[in-house]
Design a protein around this ligand. Structure first.
Ligand code: FAD
Length: 407
């Protein structure tokens, strides 16, 4: 994704997305409409076509693929959910690796573990004197636990999933924003599509037998998400540092890290020895529409200044560190910290027509699913649950019980 910083109010992340979809005209009707071109939507689109090559799949993305969290993430690969393990979740990391293998996605995945860091000792086995990290940040930050995980290149993951989806026969439409859905009978999606060199916006329509919402922290009303907390989370990149600096600050092993107490801080070393650090959440002026947030505006600029100042004071070796980028990206969480993976509230049993006020049988397959709200814990989980969602849409698997909209 090479949008210029001036055109991108959320700043430009360091990851490179090398994918341009093949041009197609929008069909009148498809079997599956996938809304959102991040990890979740791309993985689901690819998986649908892998399992059911005879079904038509259109992926509708409001901007460019990876324009949301997936092209802006830190790229730490974490197991479980932000609320920990869940009944029947299975092994996220093993499942994620297997999906990448089946879809032939290469994204520099390295599962060398991740560090939980904190000001206080936890019940973990790591003793304070064994911690490679001792940073000054509202107390002394040390490694308190090592958990399964690692890191990857998010640009390569977006690229790889998009190539796999397209290669398997899904049609990807960038600059196609779903504005409204008419839910009577077979759902009809109304789109604002920007086309041609002048990016003229026209309204288009498509009907779909089934719909998959993978819009994360945006388009909450359309996705049927209420009572959620959408935020822009901030990240900065240092210039590449020497191996000596990495050793001095305890990051020579290149393990990604995140705090398990507050104030929050996370980060990871990139292959060129630049370091991504993240902390800080910015709310939209009207609470829900993150697309209105501009990171150069006062509140975000001050939050970036504070974050960079904090990093410079973590360790003497970081005192003169230079920063090369600032950017933000959308995250969505709810009070339980569990992802949402449920039927869309407007969905109806497949093939049925609904009379006003009629409800669905909870377990019967329906025609629309919503998946997201990974709460900053979605790099591996999004592909893992995205492929699970594809299997539910194909009526080969059931939804989990821990992820209902109201839970
Ligand atoms: C700065 C940052 C750092 C992070 N770091 C980590 C990390 O290190 N580890 C980790 O596990 N997780 C991390 N996360 C979270 C992780 O990146 C996300 O959970 C994951 O990328 C979500 O993917 P997604 O496909 O569900 O959503 P997104 O990537 O946000 O995709 C949603 C897409 O939907 C599109 N869209 C929205 N509305 C419409 C519409 N109406 N019509 C059509 N398209 C629409 C958007 O343009 C967007 O492309 C981080 C997130 C951020 C922002």
């Amino acid at each position: 994704m090479s949008r210029s910083p001036k055109l991108d109010p959320w700043g430009t992340p360091p990851w490179k997305i090398s994918f341009t979809p093949t041009r197609h005209s929008l069909p009148d009707a498809v079997d599956f409409a996938v809304i959102g071109g991040g990890f979740t939507g791309l993985a689901a689109a690819a998986w649908l076509r892998l399992l059911a090559p005879e079904k038509s799949v259109a992926l509708l993305e409001a901007a460019r693929i990876g324009a949301g969290a997936s092209g802006r993430t830190g790229g730490m690969v974490l197991a479980e959910t932000a609320a920990g393990d869940q009944p029947g979740l299975g092994n996220v990391l093993t499942g994620f690796q297997s999906i990448l293998e089946k879809l032939k996605v290469r994204c520099d995945l390295k599962l060398n573990g991740a560090w939980e860091i904190a000001r206080k000792q936890s019940s973990s086995k790591a003793k304070p004197q064994q911690s490679p990290i001792a940073w000054n940040d509202s107390g002394t930050l040390r490694v308190v636990n090592e958990v399964p995980g690692g890191a990857l290149d998010p640009g390569k993951l977006v690229t790889g999933l998009a190539r796999a989806a397209q290669h398997l026969g899904a049609h990807i439409f960038e600059n196609h924003r779903v504005q409204h859905i008419y839910w009577n009978g077979r759902p009809e999606l109304h789109l604002a599509a920007a086309r041609g060199p002048a990016q003229k916006v026209t309204e288009q329509r498509i009907t779909a037998a089934k719909i998959f919402f993978a819009t994360n922290a945006l388009s909450l009303p359309e996705a049927g998400l209420t009572g959620m907390h959408p935020r822009l989370t901030l990240a900065v990149l240092t210039r590449p540092v020497s191996e000596k600096v990495l050793a001095a600050i305890g990051l020579a092993e290149r393990k990604p890290f995140y705090t398990v107490d507050f104030p929050y801080l996370w980060g990871r070393v990139r292959p060129d020895r630049s370091i991504v650090w993240g902390a800080g959440l910015v709310q939209s002026p009207d609470a829900d529409d993150l697309e209105k947030v501009d990171i150069s505006a006062e509140e975000s600029a001050a939050a970036f200044d504070r974050l960079e100042d904090r990093i410079r004071h973590l360790h003497p070796a970081l005192e003169k560190i230079k920063f090369s980028r600032r950017w933000g990206g959308p995250i969505l969480f709810r009070d339980s910290w569990k992802p949402v993976f449920d039927w869309h509230p407007e969905s109806i049993a497949s093939g049925a027509t609904r009379k006003r006020g009629e409800s669905n049988d909870g377990d019967a397959p329906r025609n629309a699913i919503v998946l997201g709200a990974y709460a900053g814990h979605g790099v591996a989980l999004s592909s893992y649950l995205g492929s699970w969602a594809a299997e539910v849409l194909l009526e080969r698997r059931k939804l989990p019980h821990w992820s209902a909209l109201g839970s």
